[in-house]
Design a protein around this ligand. Sequence first.
Ligand code: GDP
Ligand code: IMO
Ligand code: MG
Length: 432
Amino acid sequence: MSNIIVLGAQWGDEGKGKIVDLFSERFDIVARYQGGHNAGHTVYIGSNKYVLKLIPSGILRPGKLAVIGNGVVVDPAALMEEIETLERVGIDVRTQLAISNRAHVILPYHRLVEKISEDSPDRVKIGTTARGIGPAYEDKIGRRGIRIADFIDPKAFAQAYPALRRDKQAVARAFGITTQDDDVLERYQELAGRIKPMVRDTAVLLNDAVRAGKRVMLEGAQGTMLDIDHGTYPFVTSSSAAAGGACTGTGLAPTRINGIIGVSKAYITRVGGGPFPSESLDSYGDRIRKAGNEFGSVTGRPRRCGWFDVPLLKYTAAVNGFDSLIVTKLDVLDEIEEIKVCVAYKIDGELIEDMPPRVEDLARVEAVYETVPGWMSSTHGAKRYQDLPLAAKNYVSFLQERTGVEVGCVSTGPERNQTMVLRGTRLEKLIG
Ligand code: GDP
Ligand code: IMO
Ligand code: MG
């Protein structure tokens, strides 16, 4: 019985939601382990579109359990809004969802201090999603955060809140900002009462479930290049998006994980600031953005687009130990005559092997490209590998060979069935 992690191999938005939704049919529990409502995981089921932010994509399968793990930061207002949106379309969220009692809470003052930081001329502008994610994790690591277990205890929350609010207001005042937030405690106590029935010790729940023979899929948010440790720091999110975060962020023991699956686009995108060696600033970038509808599912921001980056993928494969790679959005390249692939980096004319740790260096690497012929025909919706045009198969083989990671699945459209799991792969075994 295998338990797997499915996570982003690039800078996020790789199509994790679609893949997790597809595979969730074969798993009993889907758990998120980090991030918060900065994520936007899009799932199409027939003509219905769902964008999941905090709630694991497994919620869309009746009877499956969805877990928000301890590593997630939960904005109670955003959570209730998401629950109600899903309930309006008939999803039985409250019986299917379990929220960790150890997850930390995002409160309005977190958004306030994030805005101050992002607007400040003296600080690096990260281009965040403005959801309060970073400041909530700062409080967690600073050991002053409010956890769900305290949040749902009216006395504990009322005791902890004023001091934290005072701290954040002092920061706001120093930047000349005054706020009207007198009703926050009351409003959030009411939200806490609504969340309480879904709160569990999810680490115990997950480990018990695995012992009882249930299958668990851990769903990453963001991507490895946005990981706080392994990403392009400081242009990262504030959590451990890479595979290591899946165990700390759920309490599921590392010995219980049987497979780690990376999701990457057939090209690459990035939202927000930070270096991007294979970014295509010419008309190809625009063509990919248009064909791939590359606009943020949460913020609507246009995504920066570029060519598949082999050194980056090798790096994320190494830090995650990918067993298999899923290549999504192959169909987006259908009309590109010649497809470029970044196969190496050069700095000062020298080829480099490792990912530079400093963004200043990554910003000045020169991407070395190889060009492969496009297929100039539609792969959209293809379900069988043998139906792909030869040039498309060659492209998939090229990515597999250069990255050194098995390509176990190819996605050719946003819908569940527009996907092919390749025969005889490790992926097929892991999800089988
Ligand atoms: P996530 O954050 O990794 O779940 O990805 P997003 O949902 O933010 O962005 C991926 C977008 O691509 C969504 O709109 C998906 O519906 C869409 N998508 C996923 N796989 C494919 C695919 O193979 N082809 C096409 N054309 N769209 C896809
Ligand atoms: P999914 O799960 C793409 C980016 C933001 C910004 C940086 C920090 O849908 O793949 P944050 O608000 O997290 O402090 O912002 O991280 N970012 C994402 N980019 N996909 C995401 O999630 C992202 N979540 C955060 O654009 O550059
Ligand atoms: Mg997304």
